[in-house]
Design a binder for this molecule. Structure first.
Ligand code: ASP
Length: 332
């Protein structure tokens, strides 16, 4: 049997669209290019860890009022950055091995534009500096002294980020440092906030911000400011963000990989798991660290998975803002 080759006209006829004017056809084209099917309820926000709940609340307020996904993710993660009790993001974050708090962050909008800062010191809101880099320069990433100078020039205020609580934890780590105690190797505090949001208009944006691994080598930069590793958004497909051992997310271009899996047809959940399976394969099953991904697609569907037990994420919809457990792949 000879297979019928479908023409554009056949498609339009089948869909009852013959006879539509040019302006209506424009919308058909937009739909065909991947406009949201609005399967889920909009808006939607997903973010990592328990502190994601407070961040989601802020992001959700903005989105429910009709605000943009980009504003929602920036203002949402600002809440975590300003929280002195949170020892893994922004103000109050645990320092590096020299006692210096260094911050990494990146942001990506629906237009594919993005900005990042790494090894930034003395600024409470690195995500807002990252957004400024995106919008007020033609670069993507600024680091260290240069990022600080850029932030100060744009009106951000300098502030000591090392709280007493974080300083005490650092001193305790230094005092006890030996290969005999619990502190060595350094603890794996994995509480970066990654957030992806879908606004009422169907647009996606993402943000990722962290103080990085506790007691890291001075100068170490993780995955969180690296577009494609700690965060990636494609407005036609979905967005993904990471938390956990940043080096592993960088080595697999983790967040990009999750989005590419979704592009190939995977659900957000399948995509997160596929990216982690890739890593397990790369390491031949030898995994002694934690890494997790969250994802949100254009239809408002979410996914979350980690290598090991313990991932929690916050999920906001118009109905609720709820803390949930992520699926994990390696049972110890
Ligand atoms: N991904 C972060 C980093 O490697 C750590 C974390 O998620 O807490 O810097």
């Amino acid at each position: 049997m000879v297979k019928k080759i479908w023409t554009r006209r056949d498609f339009l006829q089948k869909a009852g669209l013959v006879g539509l004017g040019l302006s209506q056809l424009k919308y058909v084209n937009l739909w065909a290019k991947g406009r949201p099917s609005r399967r889920g309820e909009f808006p939607v926000v997903i973010s990592t860890w328990k502190h994601g709940l407070a961040a989601n609340t802020k992001a959700g307020e903005i989105l429910m009022a009709g605000g943009k996904a980009l504003d929602a993710v920036e203002k949402g993660v600002n809440v975590s950055e300003a929280d002195p009790e949170l020892m893994s993001v922004g103000y109050g974050g645990l320092p590096d091995e020299d006692g210096v708090v260094t911050l990494d962050a990146c942001i990506m909008g629906p237009d594919g534009n993005c900005g990042a800062v790494a090894f930034l010191q003395d600024i409470v809101h690195p995500i807002s500096v990252a957004r400024r880099v995106m919008e007020r320069s033609d670069h993507v990433m600024l680091v260290g002294e240069g990022a600080l100078r850029f932030a100060l020039a744009h009106g951000f205020k300098r502030q000591n980020l090392l709280t007493d609580k974080a300083r005490e934890r650092w001193l305790e780590w230094k005092e006890k440092l030996s290969d005999q105690d619990d502190w060595f190797p350094p603890p794996q505090g994995h509480d970066t906030i990654s957030m992806i949001a879908l606004d009422k208009n169907g647009d996606l944006a993402g943000a990722c911000t962290t103080s990085g691994l506790a007691f890291k080598i001075h100068g170490r930069v993780g995955d969180s400011p690296i577009i494609g590793a700690g965060l990636y958004v494609d407005n036609g497909v979905g967005g993904a963000g990471a938390t956990g051992r940043g080096e592993a997310a960088i080595k697999t271009c983790g967040s990009f990989l999750v989005v590419e899996e979704m592009r190939r047809g995977a659900s957000p959940q399948e995509a997160c798991e596929a990216a982690l399976q890739r890593l397990i394969k790369q390491r031949k099953g030898k995994i002694d660290f934690q890494l997790a991904f969250i994802a949100l697609n254009k239809d408002g569907e979410i996914g979350a998975a980690s290598l090991k037990d313990g991932l929690q994420y916050a999920h906001f919809t118009p109905k609720e803002n709820k803390l949930k457990d992520g699926k994990y792949l390696i049972k110890d």
